[in-house]
Design a protein around this ligand. Sequence first.
Ligand SMILES: *Cc1c(COP(=O)(O)O)cnc(C)c1O
Length: 493
Amino acid sequence: MRYYSTRNKDIYVSASQAILKGISDDGGLFVPEAFPQLPPLEELMGKNYRELAFGILKLYLDDYSEEEILQAVEGAYDHKFEDKDIVPIRKAGGAFFLELFKGPTLAFKDMALTVLPYLLKTAAIKQGESKEVVILTATSGDTGKAALEGFKDVPGTRVVVFYPENGVSKIQRLQMVTQRGANTYVAAVKGNFDDAQNGVKEIFNDKVFNEELKEKGFVLSSANSINIGRLLPQIVYYVYGYLSLAEQGEIKLGEKINIAVPTGNFGNILAAYYAMRMGLPVNKLLCASNDNRVLTDFFESNIYDRRRKLILTSSPSMDILISSNLERYLFHMSGGNAVEIKDKMRLLQDRGHYQWTKDSLGPVVPGMAGEQHISSAIEKLWSGDGYLMDPHTAIAYSVWERYLKDSGDNVPALIASTASPFKFSGKVLASIGEDEYKDEFEGMKRLGDLMGIPVPERMSELEKLPIRHSKVCEKSRMRDAVKSFLEGSKTNG
Ligand SMILES: *Cc1c(COP(=O)(O)O)cnc(C)c1O
């Protein structure tokens, strides 16, 4: 299978090359030339997560051997996940919650970032890459930690994470700055997530800098959802969720469902779209935004306009104005018109806005939820069903509820549940009227008491772990930060 650049169809690579490079040299994102079809759903019933992941990844990674894919999924989806099903489904508030947060960092990013290191290591070997692979990552909070956990102490790799200094929650920050592993580097950027993401994209596109790194024995790759190796593993859980609903007798095989996804960089919802193109029976994809409603406005008006102030919300992982993977979606919507995509992306870069000319924007339905809606959704499910969701998930639920009311489209709904409530306990507790606690850690204990479960060790230990990364850098100095880390000794001080 070929993977084309969204900006130039003369540029194409194999699966392993796409994963190793992360982003195309022309700044485009790699997309598969076609969507392989799922086998008949009956044949997939009863498969466990690893088996399903193997079957789906095999369709895309056609220059990997079956052995290599098997090793990757077995290494990734094991006891690191707190639930033996890997992705459990819970029913509450009239919808089904696809709990994607049972992995090591308590957010859905683990679903892909536990398997990506295997895919990338294998890609490096296949491509005869002898240099050290440097995973360069910008994070809105959750990708950073998941990448650090996934790649820590993986031989032949280093992982560099930039997070916005004031743009992540206290717990997210602690998760990153206490990171162990001799090959890890974390720095705060003076700016917001878009600044961090732009800085990283600039480093990828800086040919001189990349040459310089090569001479020193390093090659860059990405763990952000610009890397197709992030997206492909995310297709699996939508298929798995659908099959679980069928196995539980909640739907009949072939019946359509709606999927609601709390969206920032558009990666997670794009994976749902890929699942749909592969034959999963889906009616609508609800693209749920927070107060930074750049995507809501785009899908309502056909105008993408990043010229607005970023609002810091209780769902920091969605505080984004430049939603990278929309580029892939529009590529598919335009029937693969790379010339048009290149033009729009240049306008976005130069002028901060563009108008999309196609009337149809596919199965995506936009919606947004502000702080008050988030709180009421959390409160409603807690008081009604004793179910607690994190603020990101609450946005998707709230958007689905509104959509159901407005459209009457009552097919079963799957809500992508992207983070554990423990990770954002402040907003969760405030929403249910609990405010008597002195800090995050006491708050988490309170939450655990309410839910009748202990605080996950990976959360409570953050209180005691030593800070290992305290660097702060100007957004114009990210290159220098990367360089000095790579030139320094292997152990990061
Ligand atoms: C990253 C993240 C999102 C947004 O996902 P995208 O793929 O960037 O759209 C939503 N919720 C949580 C908890 C996240 O970590």
